[in-house]
Write a protein that binds this ligand. Structure first.
Ligand code: EPU
Length: 353
């Protein structure tokens, strides 16, 4: 094989947390065939396999990974009319910039999200009113069960909030390519759906704005929350949101609401967003904040971001254990305060909360 291969390779530099021990072996694949060959070889020999894209949603244990780490470094942005095809290893922010330049709407509010294109369908990446599930038409993946390349149409991806079939069956699919249908709205964005973005743009919800303006506004909002990567800024040595926003049934929400009143006083309304029939999404960031973990919380090498309570950060000298200790403290504190158990969003390797 002419793919790049390293033994006892450090993985921390491949993650945005800059945490975790080495892998027994690290393979970097730059074509779909190289990806498939490496996966087949690992599967044939029964070697554990860890897929690494942009490393922006990964928490790797201090002991590292015993097995083959496969870095997906395929590249390719193909635009034909309003159809977009991205290689899994393509840098997501580059892809967004290209579509905005080409005057196409649909993913402009996902600007500034770190990571690779192939990772976006796995947790149905979303921000500022857009989710990739609205524009993905199909995902080309290698199916480790049937050992074949398959095309999974959107309807079979089982997309929901930060979830998909690929996340539900984690050992099965290796994403190779993601295809999107964008919209030609004569240089305008998709209708603005997020209240915060609409406010910043000075428009009403549902209005359209020039694409570049939508992208830049999102980048500014994200930067203000420490959610745009910057090697100099420790607030961005994170995995973005560390916890998903809890989705509660009506019954659970009523119990939660009573708990909020008891703790914070009558008239305090927790964030509540409709999340389908009989379900309400509340804000993990708010819960964390109101449980006493305010921005910048912590005195050790792992602390809460100074710009957003949902991001746990490595201040430079942390270990994965430091990070997990902080995460566990937050989960326990929020549970004690509000009876809600937060669930981590990043994938953990060799460790758990
Ligand atoms: N809030 C606080 N304290 C904070 C920050 C926020 O109390 O420090 C409360 C406020 O009440 C605010 C609410 O939390 O109104 C929601 O905050 P924000 O609009 O920042 O959204 P979020 O729910 O915290 C989600 C995504 C982000 C995405 C933003 C914008 C999840 C887990 N996170 O964050 O995605 O960028 O919305 O759409 O769904 C990510 O997944 O890694 C990520 C960064």
């Amino acid at each position: 094989m002419h793919v790049q291969e390293l033994q006892d390779a450090p993985l921390a530099p491949l993650t945005t947390f800059r945490l975790g021990g080495p892998a027994t072996r690290l393979i970097t694949a730059t074509t779909d065939d190289e990806v498939i060959a490496a996966v087949r070889e690992a599967d044939d020999s029964g070697t554990p396999l860890l897929l690494i894209g942009g490393g922006s949603n990964l928490v790797i244990g201090d002991k590292g990974f015993e097995g083959t780490a496969l870095r997906i470094a395929t590249r390719g942005i193909a635009l034909e009319g309003t159809a977009l095809e991205l290689a899994a290893g393509e840098v997501w922010t580059d892809a967004v910039a290209r579509t905005v330049e080409a005057g196409l709407a649909g993913i402009e509010c996902l600007a500034g999200i770190p990571g690779s294109a192939g990772a976006t369908p796995i947790q149905n990446v979303g921000a500022y009113g857009q989710e990739v599930s609205s524009t993905i038409t199909e995902v080309v993946a290698y199916d480790r069960r049937t050992r074949e390349t398959v095309v999974v149409p959107n309807a079979d991806c089982a997309f929901s909030y930060r979830h998909s079939r690929f996340k539900a069956e984690p050992e099965r699919f290796v994403v190779l390519r993601v295809r999107f249908a964008l919209e030609d709205a004569s240089g305008l964005s998709a209708p603005v759906r997020y209240a915060e973005t609409a406010r910043a743009l000075g428009v009403g919800p549902g209005d359209r704005v020039p694409l570049a303006e939508a992208r830049e506004t999102v980048l500014e909002l994200r930067s203000g929350k420490g959610m745009v990567l910057d090697a100099e800024d420790h607030d961005t040595w994170s995995a973005g949101s560390f916890f998903t926003n809890p989705i509660l049934t009506d019954e659970e929400f009523a119990v939660f609401y009573a708990r909020v009143a008891e703790r914070l006083g009558e008239g305090v309304n927790p964030p509540a967003y409709p999340a389908g029939e009989g379900r309400t999404k509340t804000s993990a960031a708010w819960l964390i904040d109101k449980s006493g973990f305010t921005k910048g919380y912590g005195t050790g090498p792992a602390r809460i971001s100074t710009k957003h309570t949902l991001a746990l950060t490595n201040r430079g000298a942390a270990t994965t254990e430091d990070l997990l200790a902080l995460a566990r403290e937050v989960v326990a504190g929020v549970h004690a305060a509000f009876g809600i158990t937060l669930v981590n969003e990043p994938v953990t390797v060799g460790v758990s909360l």
